[in-house]
Design a binder for this molecule. Structure first.
Ligand code: GLA
Length: 417
């Protein structure tokens, strides 16, 4: 299935070797209304408001955020909604339209051990903001979560959940946080409360992205700049393929890559790989004895450089004007993640190869890897054909059928009603 953000009618392409479906993502204001209704149905009264935050794809700059690197993500149109109300108690009650798990806990007694599963991504944000809440005030609230970001697809459903919760909590408790404070609270919720070690890319993209733009993100200080990324007006599209090979960060591989990159920085005598000079790279890398660690460093240092080049191309002209060079950088990023960083799986590699063979300008895995999604920069008129070719390749390999979306650069977290 291809989901576009614009309300287009469902189309089935029967003539293709493998038919793919194009359907509309839920309309944002209708989805917000639905979340409000679910709140009312569940808690028996009306919410004070509805807040939401989007999932993301990373266009380029992968596995560099935790080495102070540069990334270029964008928010997608799939969002997580939080309908919420403040209560005159200290109970935090959290429910979801997608899952029967219910959290009902004294909000003053939140500890990482006390909350498990997806509610930890909500409770963790309140916990991360605890020092901002004055002692006398109550912190009770009811929250209904309605998440649309596909789960396990590498599109940051958990960051969307945290960031939607952060918006709601800020509004309900008037904590005076800036967007970057909410990014940091969401990161803390994920790393220190939910126990998933991630680097900040996802939360930054979810909160700070602007519609029609990619987000140039410097993970050294989390400073950002909106970069025009209006593909539609240039006859281009970004096709997301959810390979359905489920990924998880809580497993050891992500942590192991982080550790490798830290070892690399240590061997080079720099605080982070961002500080390694990409000029005369071979001579530099020769200082790392361990062959695997050397390849990890090669990926991180070259990937940061690719983001610089990608950004420079976008500053020098439109995506259309530089589509071949931009596509080549996407391809190089994937190849580096496959060869040097070893975070791809067969489904990711097959989706990327099939997209390239079907005429994509460039294609790569996006997100943490070990499953999840790929992106392909394609001519808008060829998106269905490329999707169909990927679906055919998956069928041939005996993989589960992939799911397709068209990624429109969307607005970051905010209030819906
Ligand atoms: C996951 C993490 C991010 C980032 C990416 C890889 O999505 O959550 O922090 O490290 O992997 O770029």
């Amino acid at each position: 299935m291809i989901s576009a953000a614009s309300p287009a009618a469902a189309v089935r392409l029967g003539a293709d070797p493998v038919a793919v479906e194009l359907s509309a993502a839920p309309d944002r204001s209708e989805a917000a209304d639905r979340a409000a209704q679910q709140f009312t149905d569940s808690f028996g009264y009306e919410p004070d408001g509805v807040w939401s935050a989007p999932g993301r794809v990373n266009i380029i700059g992968e596995h560099v955020d935790y080495q102070d690197g540069l990334c270029l993500p964008m928010a997608i149109s799939h969002r997580c909604f939080a309908a919420a109300a403040r209560t005159p108690t200290d109970r935090l009650r959290v429910r979801s339209a997608q899952d029967e798990t219910v959290l009902d806990i004294d909000a003053r007694e939140l500890t990482p051990e006390a909350v498990t599963g997806w509610p930890a991504y909500v409770a963790g944000v309140l916990w991360a903001l605890r020092s901002r809440i004055s002692g006398a005030s109550t912190r009770g609230m009811d929250i209904m979560i309605d998440g649309q970001v596909p789960l396990g697809a590498g599109l940051s459903s958990s960051a969307a959940l945290e960031c939607a919760a952060a918006e709601a909590i800020e509004a309900l408790l008037s904590l005076g946080t800036e967007p970057l404070d909410r990014v940091r609270a969401a990161i803390t919720a994920e790393t220190d409360f939910a126990g998933a070690s991630t680097g900040g890319l996802d939360q930054s993209a979810s909160v700070l992205s602007r519609e029609g733009h990619a987000l140039y993100l410097d993970c050294r200080d989390f400073s950002t700049r909106a970069v025009p990324w209006d593909l539609a007006s240039q006859g281009l599209a970004l096709l997301i393929t959810d390979t359905r090979a489920e990924h998880s960060h809580v497993d050891g591989e992500y942590t192991a890559r982080r550790a490798d990159s830290e070892r690399a920085a240590q061997a080079l005598g720099v605080p982070t790989l961002r500080d390694a000079d990409p000029v005369q790279l071979d001579a530099l890398l020769a200082r790392i004895d361990d062959e695997v660690v050397r390849r990890r460093a090669h990926h991180v240092i070259t990937e940061i450089q690719r983001v610089r080049e990608f950004d420079a191309l976008l500053a020098a002209g439109t995506v259309r004007e530089h589509v071949a060079e931009l596509g080549a950088l996407l391809n190089a990023s994937h190849d580096s993640l496959r060869e040097d960083y070893e975070v791809t799986v067969p489904q990711l590699d097959v989706a990327v190869e099939a997209a390239r063979a079907a005429g994509a300008h460039g294609a790569r895995m996006t997100g943490g890897g070990f499953g999840g999604s790929t992106i392909a920069l394609v001519e808008a008129g060829q998106a269905e054909q490329v999707a169909s070719a990927i679906a055919a390749a998956f069928a041939e390999q005996g993989f589960d059928a992939p799911v397709f979306f068209l990624a429109l650069p969307s607005e970051g977290a905010g209030q819906d009603r």
